[in-house]
Design a protein around this ligand. Structure first.
Ligand SMILES: [Fe+2]
Length: 164
């Protein structure tokens, strides 16, 4: 079903806006799923690196929440509807479900690194799709998000990159 767009003075072509709203909503589902995955890790991690990882995972979730707000609001700015309910997100997210039985820091770091890397890759694809569609601003937003996600990935996966 073709969703009705809201009237806007934004001069991007309707076809471009429609494509960008779909793309933004896809990325929104993934990033909302990802921020809950970071919270899941924040709440459940245990072991000798507990406090560092507990605090880091919360920072990751906080940063991802900022990105989700920017992505959702851009979909609305273009005349669309942000699809941000838990039901919509769970239907659309392309991330693997976060396992509920992880305990150690290494397990959580591995799982969250994988999810961050996957979202980073799809965000980079989004930059190219937005640029090709002629929406430099959505491309710019995704560039900012992917740069931020690369940094989060580094902060998390550094725990796996040396033994001591
Ligand atoms: Fe907390």
């Amino acid at each position: 079903m073709k969703m009705k767009l809201h009237q806007t003075g934004n001069d991007l072509r309707e076809k471009t806006r429609r494509a960008m709203i779909d793309l933004l909503n896809q990325q929104l589902s993934d990033v909302l799923d990802l921020s809950l995955q970071a919270k899941q890790a924040h709440w459940n991690v245990k072991g000798p690196n507990f406090i560092g990882l507990h605090e880091l995972f919360d920072k990751v979730a906080e940063k991802l929440e900022e990105f989700s707000d920017d992505i959702a609001e851009r979909a609305v700015e273009l005349g669309g509807v942000a699809l941000g309910t838990i039901q919509a997100v769970s239907k659309r997210s392309r991330l693997p479900a976060y396992p509920l039985d992880l305990v150690s820091g290494r397990e959580h770091v591995t799982a969250l690194s994988g999810a961050l890397a996957k979202f980073g890759a799809s965000t980079r694809d989004g930059i190219n799709l937005a640029a090709k569609a002629g929406d430099a601003d959505t491309a710019d937003l995704f560039t900012e998000v992917s740069r931020g996600v690369d940094k989060l990935l580094w902060l998390v996966e550094a725990h796996l990159q040396a033994k001591d």
